[in-house]
Write a protein that binds this ligand. Structure first.
Ligand SMILES: Nc1nc2c(ncn2[C@@H]2O[C@H](COP(=O)(O)OP(=O)(O)OP(=O)(O)O)[C@@H](O)[C@H]2O)c(=O)[nH]1
Length: 531
């Protein structure tokens, strides 16, 4: 009859609806959580990458200068003639009185702007070795390049650039007086020198030392070293010292990184970090470079390679930090989902109330049958449908016989019960699309859509027989209860919806007149079928 509204469908399948709603809610929360989790990791990855890229560029720039100076040193060492323009400096080398080392400290100031490093070495017994003299000249000849490198790398935290020879001398730039730093017998014990030796580094590869404290007072630093090998002979090594504070700064320049970044060297030591906090798990120091974050019980970690420097950056992302991020990210979604839930719950409540209101406004409170008003609406719908589609419908007027007597004899309550029994019975016997309406008092009408007069009559007869066969004694009634009925179908000649009702009523009236407990049909409809 009436088209089912969404609200009604929801009401009729409330449990299913609630299940679907819960599922949708959970899916929303889980998918939102997963999205925020992935996005947090991907953002962390980007920030860490930025820090790693900064460090990589830093080391690559330093390496570029080392490449150039190394090539020049090798070329000069293989060349037989020593560079002439450094003779003046070489002749200015003086042994420091009362000590076993020499230096360029005695060179009268101002020093040439290109050669302001200090050459210092051990005073060896005997005649000066020509090869040593020549190598010193080569080292001094590197001065312009060392100067250029230093000037370019100053903002990269490069504190010293220098050449150390196997022949026990060092050329250090920028100038530091020998009193602050000079070659000593202990110099070859330094890790920077031991890592350059062919015994430890047969391939002559570039290396980075562990962090140490500068002897000349420039703080914590690490050294990038390059063995100088020319014609298969190991001469010495070229070095650049990088201050650790710069590495800290580079790690910190990545912005708001979730969690902590630790720069690790090839010896699995922490060289720098963007935090004061120590790394909570020692075993993480040995982790290799990874493609993705690895989820552990306490943290997510990922290790990035810093170019080909041999250094790595460990990103330590505590799970609680990630969880907080997920909570922050999902909170709006959860609140929105809860509000949606609340709105739907309220809507559901409104639907329930509306349906109840409508039920009350459309149904008779005593019997539950459609009331007169609702019946009129149904009737005009059917009448309109008949004119639009030609679909027949029939009405059966039902009026209990001598109902007043029942009321008067057995009381109003018993009368009420009889009315309810009639409606229940009619409902049970009719099809699902048929309706029972109470027009008032003990007068009812059966609404039978898509029904011919003959079928309406059959239905009425069945109901009449069933009614009188009921066990009325149960209600304390000594006699059977009967009803008179009148059937009519809509006719093309009907000018209004009420016409068919009127004819059904007339037929019922005839049934009363003809002795009650019978069914009469409207004579304007089909051929007679009066019982
Ligand atoms: N118990 C009860 N009685 C009602 C209700 N509504 C109307 N009645 C009674 O139904 C009776 C109808 O009586 P009548 O119109 O004389 O009809 P009848 O006694 O059934 O006689 P016929 O229709 O001619 O067979 C009246 O006594 C009304 O008071 C109701 O809701 N409950």
């Amino acid at each position: 009859m009436r088209r089912m509204l969404l609200g009604e469908m929801v009401l009729d399948h409330q449990r299913l609806f609630r299940g679907i709603l819960t599922l949708v809610f959970m899916l929303l929360v889980v998918s939102n959580g997963w999205y925020v989790y992935s996005r947090s990791l991907s953002l962390s990855d980007q920030y860490a990458h930025r820090a790693v890229a900064g460090l990589r560029q830093h080391f690559e720039k330093i390496s570029g200068f080392i490449d150039t100076i190394q090539a020049e040193a090798v070329r000069e060492l293989q060349w037989n003639e020593p560079p002439r323009d450094v003779d003046g400096q070489l002749s200015a080398l003086r042994a420091v009185p009362g000590s076993n080392y020499f230096s360029l400290d005695q060179l009268p100031p101002p020093l040439s702007h290109q050669q302001i490093g200090n050459l210092t070495g051990l005073v060896l017994p005997g005649k000066p070795e020509p090869s040593r003299q020549r190598e010193m000249a080569v080292a001094l000849g590197l001065a312009p390049m060392l100067t250029a490198a230093y000037r370019n790398l100053d903002d990269h935290g490069v504190a010293w650039v220098y050449y150390v020879s196997r022949q026990q001398f060092i050329y250090l730039y920028p100038f530091a007086p020998a009193a602050d730093y000079h070659y000593t017998l202990a110099t070859p014990n330094g890790v920077f020198w031991r890592m350059a030796l062919p015994e430890a580094n047969p391939a002559g590869r570039r290396f980075i030392t562990p962090v140490y404290i500068d002897q000349a007072g420039k703080g914590a630093m690490l050294t990038i070293g390059q063995p100088i090998v020319a014609g298969g002979h190991f001469y010495g090594a070229l070095y650049m010292d990088v201050g650790v504070p710069t590495l800290h700064q580079l790690l910190g320049s990545a912005g708001e990184v979730l969690g902590k970044l630790y720069l690790l060297n090839a010896q699995n030591q922490i060289v720098a970090a963007n935090t004061e906090e120590a790394l909570p798990q020692e075993n993480l120091l040995r982790l290799p470079v990874m493609a993705d974050y690895r989820a552990g019980p306490t943290a997510h970690v990922k290790v990035f390679a810093v170019g080909d420097s041999g250094m790595r950056v460990l990103h330590y992302l505590p799970n609680e930090v990630l969880a907080l991020e997920i909570a922050k990210g999902t909170a709006p979604g959860i609140v929105a989902a809860l509000l949606l839930w609340l709105a739907l719950a309220l809507l559901n409540r409104t639907w329930v109330l509306n349906r109840e209101l409508r039920r009350l406004s459309e149904h008779d409170a005593l019997t539950g049958a459609l009331n007169h008003r609702a019946f009129q609406a149904v009737l005009s719908q059917l009448y309109q449908g008949y004119h639009e589609t030609g679909e027949m419908f029939a009405l059966v007027m039902v009026d209990l016989d001598h109902f007043k007597r029942i009321n008067d004899t057995f009381g109003h309550a018993v009368g009420d019960e009889v009315l309810k029994v009639l409606v229940r019975l009619a409902r049970r016997m009719l099809r699902s699309q048929d309706l029972v309406a109470r027009l008032g008092g003990e007068e009812f009408v059966l609404v039978l859509p898509a029904t011919e007069l003959r079928d309406a009559m059959k239905a009425a007869v069945r109901l009449r027989l069933q009614l009188e066969r009921l066990n009325w004694a149960k209600l304390g009634l000594p006699d059977k209860v009967t009803a008179s009925m009148g059937c009519a179908v809509v006719l093309a000649s009907d000018s209004k919806a009420g016409a068919v009702l009127k004819r059904a009523d007339d037929a019922m009236y005839r049934a009363k007149q003809e002795g009650r407990n019978r069914v009469c049909v409207d004579l304007q409809g089909q051929p007679p079928g009066v019982e």
